[in-house]
Design a binder for this molecule. Structure first.
Ligand code: C2E
Ligand code: MG
Ligand code: MG
Length: 646
């Protein structure tokens, strides 16, 4: 045990075994006991001959002589190092067993529960005493069938283990998911002696998974299904409809004026509006239909199993009615509205993407023909879209092929009738379609980004023309229309500066006309963009004023110095009708904001008179001259006899 031979030990002091690793108090106590004639027993950490330590369970008894004196001590020693280590190991295992977060259950080979740990008690709600001697089936939830358990036993018997997800029932009756691993323990003969089951409650993991799934398939703001889920459902709906000979309809809904709300009232109210819209939409359909948020202010509704187009049309009508009721936001009643496009299955298309695209196309058409309307997809719409695509390709070539031309329309002073400037207006001579109006191709140019190069070309061409006239002794202001889309398409202050320099025009001679719509989008960036032109000394005008949503507060935020009253107000203008009141109000507002005023679309002498008497300083319209090519304008100017008003 000690590694020493008896020869080596005989005659030695028993200190030879001392390791110096235990407290001297033990020895003090030992000697005291022994001297008093008692037996001492205890555990000593001693050292073997080879230097290693061992636990020595020692029992020492004194031997006395007849006279009662202690003559010898007899020590019986046992090396208990291994036993202590094993005990330590057991203690550790027991601690792990008790402190584990995973429930542990040991059952005998017949499945009778022998022992469970604290986590088991916590997760299942049963105490160790309650389950001891029971069968684990007291935990079963009833959610798994015979085959499930058969497969589990099969795996345990053949492979000795099983793991997987299982639904169990707590003592209080609640059912929860757990991740369970069972191992079979075997004896030396290979017979199963015990089953050890380890499991954890995975309710929260399941919830997290469900959450992630929800995020992937639902819109965070409205909680409606998103584009991905819609596409999934649409795919399934098409298959089901085909199998069951049913009809489905896809409604593509785009809110009118949503951007306006977002920009004027702020995003929070924009979000509020979207949530309210999603509520109203959900109320318009059956539980089994799908209302999805497609993105931004676009929603898509999938109507299952409908009888006819008429059913879909009725739903569309209902939606339009519901959405045209005012919304209360920021304490105000806000009116929006919606345009809806419908596509049917079976119909022109049979796959989800095409159905959606067709519904979108129909929506676009509905929007174009006036808001708060719905429109079914038809093949003629498809043709229209194809024509547009063809137009787009043609427009791309128009610049290179010299099919674009700038016409000029004079601007005159209301009182003197004298020409002070011209507005540059773009024309497209299409090789087969003839002259195409800018109202038709400018939106297309904007949609395709072609407005970038085209807008730049107009600006360069018109500036050079004005510069040429100036060299011939004719000094004019130049108005050029620009589109908000040009902001991200190369139009900026350095470019404008260069164009002005190259044509040797003063910045103050140039007026850039923007539409009201531009003021509504992207305010901060747009303001900075416009301000950069203003800083060059260029004037900025609002075109078609009065047709959009311009509010005074808007105008103040933008570096605008000119208003052009839309010709809609001028059309029916006589001194004693309502239009006159409106124009008068616009004029007095412009005055108070120190804005210059131009009236568009003046076609008669009476309109000129009325506008002059109301205080409008500049006029433009067919009454004076139509837009015309540069050469024609020169000829017209030579003939023109201004008539003075007094
Ligand atoms: P706008 O800037 O308001 O231009 C005035 C429009 O009114 C012109 O139409 C002009 O021909 C028309 N007009 C002028 N006087 C009268 C009149 O007395 N009676 C009637 N009924 N109409 C009159 P046009 O040339 O067809 O241009 C339409 C619009 O296209 C323009 O409206 C402008 O917004 C846009 N546009 C034209 N050229 C350009 C351009 O180079 N760039 C951009 N971004 N837009 C342009
Ligand atoms: Mg204009
Ligand atoms: Mg205009």
């Amino acid at each position: 045990m000690t590694g020493y031979s008896s020869e080596e030990l005989l005659g030695q002091n028993n200190n030879i075994l001392k390791s110096g690793e235990i407290s001297a108090d033990i020895f003090t106590d030992m000697w005291q006991q022994l001297r008093e004639g008692n037996i001492w027993s205890g555990q000593l950490l001693n050292r073997k001959k080879d230097g290693t330590l061992f636990w020595d369970s020692t029992s020492i008894s004194p031997l006395r002589t007849d006279t009662g004196e202690i003559s010898h001590f007899i020590a019986v020693k046992e090396d208990i190092t291994e036993r202590l280590r094993a005990e330590e190991q057991l203690r550790m295992v027991a601690a792990v067993f008790e402190t584990s977060n995973e429930a542990i259950m040991v059952a005998d080979h017949q499945g009778t529960i022998k022992v469970v740990n604290a986590a088991f008690e916590r997760i299942t709600g049963y105490s160790a005493a309650e389950v001891k001697g029971q069968n684990p089936s007291i935990l079963s939830s009833g959610r798994h069938d015979r085959f499930f358990y058969n497969a589990m036993w099969e795996s345990l018997n053949t492979e000795g283990c099983w793991s997987g997800e299982i639904w169990n029932r707590r003592k209080d009756g609640s059912v929860y998911p757990e991740w369970l691993s069972i191992s079979a323990l075997h004896d030396d003969e290979g017979q199963i002696t015990e089953f050890v089951s380890v499991f954890s409650d995975i309710t929260s993991r399941k919830e997290a998974e469900a959450n992630i799934r929800h995020q992937a398939y639902y819109d965070a703001l409205t909680q409606l299904p998103n584009r991905s889920l819609l596409l999934d459902r649409l795919e399934v709906a098409i298959i089901t409809a085909e199998r069951d000979q049913q009809m489905i309809s896809v409604l593509f809904i785009d809110l009118d004026r949503f951007k306006y709300v977002n920009d004027t009232l702020g995003h929070e109210h924009g979000d509020e509006l979207l949530m309210e819209v999603s509520k109203r939409l959900t109320q318009c359909v059956r539980e089994s239909d799908t209302v999805a948020r497609f993105g931004g202010d676009e929603f898509v509704i999938l109507l299952h199993n409908i009888q006819s187009d008429r059913d879909a049309a009725l739903v569309a009508e209902k939606i339009i009615r519901k959405l045209s009721d005012p919304f209360t936001l920021a304490g105000r009643d806000i009116i929006i509205g919606a345009s809806i496009g419908l596509a049917m299955y079976p119909g022109e298309s049979d796959d989800p993407d095409t159905l959606l695209r067709n519904a979108d196309l129909a929506m676009y058409r509905a929007k174009q023909t006036g808001r708060n309307r719905f429109q079914f997809f038809t093949s003629s719409l498809q043709e229209h879209a194809n024509t547009l695509m063809e137009m787009e390709q043609n427009l791309r070539q128009a610049l290179e092929h010299g099919q674009l031309e700038v016409h000029y329309q004079p601007l005159v002073r209301a009182q003197s009738g004298r020409v002070t400037g011209v507005e540059a207006l773009l024309r497209w001579h299409h090789p087969t379609l003839g002259m195409i109006s800018p109202d038709q191709f400018i939106p297309l140019a904007e949609d395709t980004g072609l407005i970038g190069p085209i807008g730049q070309w107009v600006l360069e061409t018109a500036c050079q023309q004005i510069s040429l006239w100036q060299q011939q002794g004719l000094k004019l202001y130049l108005s050029v229309n620009i589109s908000g889309r040009q902001r991200n398409l190369g139009m900026d202050a350095p470019l404008l500066h260069r164009i002005l320099q190259e044509s040797r025009l003063e910045a103050a001679q140039l007026v850039l006309e923007i539409t009201e719509g531009m003021l509504l989008e992207n305010s901060e960036e747009t303001i900075a963009w416009l301000q950069s032109f203003c800083d060059l000394g260029v004037h900025l005008a609002i075109d078609d004023f009065g047709t959009g949503y311009s509010a005074l507060s808007y105008l103040k935020r933008f570096p605008i110095d000119t208003l052009k009253i839309d010709r809609e107000f001028v059309r029916d203008l006589t001194l004693d009708n309502e239009d006159a009141l409106l124009v008068e109000a616009i004029i007095s507002m412009a005055r108070s904001l120190k804005l210059r005023l131009i009236a568009e679309g003046v076609e008669t002498a009476e309109q000129r008179n009325v506008l002059f008497s109301l205080g409008c300083e500049f006029l433009q319209g067919y009454y004076f001259a139509k837009p015309m090519p540069a050469e024609a304008l020169v000829a017209w100017m030579a003939d023109y006899q201004p008539i003075r008003l007094s």
